[in-house]
Design a protein around this ligand. Structure first.
Ligand code: NDP
Ligand code: OAA
Length: 266
């Protein structure tokens, strides 16, 4: 069986899910050879998990991104932040590494998107956008090719998840409110780490400047509900995903990694 050298950049909650999957032998085609995170200790903890599991190879925790790239990983799981993806994408692609990312919000920047596309193309590498806390990119892409469509993205969130954002005030604890209405570029600018999904749905369909995004704070709400609706002359598609927490996003990276090496591809 061919094994692929894997690295993780951003060793937080979702990166750890990929490690959990490796240790459960759900990613038998990959060896985690390196980790990197802003806080070195977190990269070290994951590398230590691999050491303790005695998988027959070593995982090197890295202090810098360039140290990670020197390990020449074939795939880098990027689970840091949209800023992290901006720092990592071009050097990683030039280094011959493919990327699986959840920090899709970074790609709302059209100039960055173009540079990523060009660099990946020139270096024969690819960027895989994991489905994260949503799904249905296939339907969205298909309809976008087929005919003109209108795509709306409506999210319900708990007020607590908006606490460290500019829209938060205590009244949100008792009052339902639409806290953002606009396109995906405006949404990710206001909530830089909370609405990667809106950018992902937009990139899969009508583009970040054309999708209609509505973000709603609902008192007492637990988790997130993302509802994407595509309407065109022939199609009415609804993708509605409720998730109690963000675990689904981590597992979507695992699913993407499995799909990459599977002879039967979804
Ligand atoms: N597409 C989707 O559906 C979803 C996407 N996301 C995105 O996934 C990513 C990971 O989320 P999650 O695991 O919950 O986040 P966490 O905060 O738990 O983990 C992120 C880790 O990455 C590190 N980090 C952050 N920025 C950088 C950087 N520039 N360079 C290196 N390391 C960095 C953090 O370091 P430190 O510990 O020092 O802060 C932290 O350890 C985020 O971008 C988030 O926005 C999240 C949920 C759903
Ligand atoms: O879990 C979610 O609601 C999605 C999320 O944080 C994101 O898209 O960044």
């Amino acid at each position: 069986m061919k094994t692929h050298a894997l690295a993780i950049a951003g060793c937080g909650k979702l990166g750890k899910i990929v490690v959990e999957a490796l240790l459960k032998d759900l990613l038998p085609n990959y060896q985690l050879i390196g980790t990197y995170s802003r806080t070195f200790k977190k990269a070290e903890e994951i590398a230590n998990n691999i050491y303790v599991a005695d998988l027959g190879y070593t995982c090197t925790p890295c202090h810098t991104l360039s140290e990670l790239l020197q390990l020449k990983p074939e795939y880098i799981v990027e689970t840091s932040s949209p800023t992290g993806l901006k720092e990592l994408a071009l050097p990683a692609l030039k280094n011959g590494s493919n990327i699986v990312t959840l920090s899709i919000g970074a790609l709302a920047d059209a100039e960055f998107y173009k540079a990523v596309e060009k660099t990946a193309f020139e270096n024969n590498t690819r960027v895989h956008l994991a489905s994260g806390a949503i799904g249905g990119f296939d339907v969205m892409g298909t309809v976008a090719l087929m005919e003109e469509s209108e795509v709306t993205f409506t999210t319900e969130k708990s007020p607590n998840s908006l606490r460290r954002t500019p829209v938060y005030d205590e009244a949100l604890q008792t009052e339902k409110r639409e806290v953002f209405k606009g396109d995906a570029i405006g949404a990710i600018a206001l909530f830089p780490t909370h609405v990667n999904v809106s950018v992902a749905a937009a990139l899969a369909s009508v583009g970040p400047e054309n999708i209609k995004v509505s973000i709603n704070s609902v008192p007492g709400f637990v988790g997130d509900d993302h509802r994407i609706e595509v309407r065109s002359e022939n199609i009415h598609a609804v993708v509605d995903v409720y998730s109690k927490n963000a675990k689904i996003a981590g597992w979507s990276v695992v699913n993407t990694l499995r799909n990459i090496v599977s002879p039967i591809v979804f």
